[in-house]
Design a binder for this molecule. Structure first.
Ligand SMILES: NC(=O)c1ccc[n+]([C@@H]2O[C@H](COP(=O)([O-])OP(=O)(O)OC[C@H]3O[C@@H](n4cnc5c(N)ncnc54)[C@H](OP(=O)(O)O)[C@@H]3O)[C@@H](O)[C@H]2O)c1
Length: 230
């Protein structure tokens, strides 16, 4: 298998396992202390990946927020924020989305082969569109990111993307934050879909850290022998 970046999955979910509410309104799960922790983790990565649905629904900036952390990266010869990465089958992404417009960083779009032409026409002037297969093969994508110099990849959701990284055994670490309330609506997005996960009753993941941050709790799981090596 090709080398791939150390891959850290990160998300915040409700007590009943949802990443978002069932409506279009954005649901605030995290708190200020955890947003700051996530910012620190981002600053230590070479690239941040979200699925195309998260780009469409949340319109995230995916940048390091804190000036001191951006300055420290620049002092290390890096861009102020990690590269932004997304994955799409249909290339239905708005070229005006913050993914494309905010920050002076590299942007990579891994696109299903059948939509590469449309993707290049829509946002090829503001990102590098990579043919990722049909559908995009995440293992192949990891190899390509590694070849582009990405050694530490942070995956910030959503559930479709997390499910694939987990079931394909392509994750080294999971940072799962639990918000202290219920969503209580099965139409909302769950953390993961059904699937065959490498961690199950016969093979339990290793809980490496528990950290309270105000009213939320961070659970850090080691998912591979590479945990903590990068
Ligand atoms: N609480 C948190 O920490 C957190 C973090 C992030 C997101 N969220 C929430 O999660 C929800 C979105 O999650 P989601 O599961 O619906 O979507 P997602 O994982 O963000 O994105 C799914 C999309 O990514 C593309 N994709 C994924 N795997 C692919 C593959 N192998 N090949 C080609 N394309 C692929 C497809 O895009 P196309 O449809 O373009 O083909 C697919 O529809 C939102 O409600 C967001 O608010 C929560």
């Amino acid at each position: 298998m090709a080398d791939r970046p150390y891959t850290l999955l990160s998300c915040c979910m409700s007590l009943d396992g949802y990443l978002a509410g069932a409506t279009r309104r954005r649901l605030l799960l995290s708190n200020d202390a955890d947003v700051d922790r996530v910012d620190e983790v981002r600053a230590g990565c070479d690239a941040i990946l979200v699925g195309a649905a998260t780009v469409r629904k949340d319109n995230p900036r995916l940048l390091v927020r804190t000036p001191a952390r951006r300055d420290a990266r620049v002092a290390r010869g890096l861009a102020p924020s990690p590269a932004k990465v997304t994955v799409t089958g249909g290339a239905e992404l708005d070229p005006a989305a913050k993914f494309f417009s905010d920050g002076d960083v590299e942007r990579l779009v891994y696109c299903a082969s059948s939509a590469v032409g449309a993707a290049r026409r829509r946002f090829g002037d503001r990102s590098t569109v990579v043919d990722g297969g049909e559908p995009v093969d995440l293992a192949r994508m990891g190899g390509d990111l590694f070849d582009r110099g990405v050694r530490r990849l942070m995956v910030e959701g959503g559930g479709t993307v997390h499910t694939q990284f987990l079931t394909a055994d392509l994750a080294d670490e999971l940072n799962l934050v639990i918000a202290p309330f219920f969503v209580g609506d099965h139409r909302a997005r769950r953390f993961v879909d059904d699937g065959r996960f490498p961690f199950n009753p016969e093979h339990r993941a290793r809980l490496a850290e528990v950290r309270q941050l105000g009213d939320v709790v961070l659970l850090r799981y080691a998912l591979s022998p590479r945990f903590g090596t990068s």
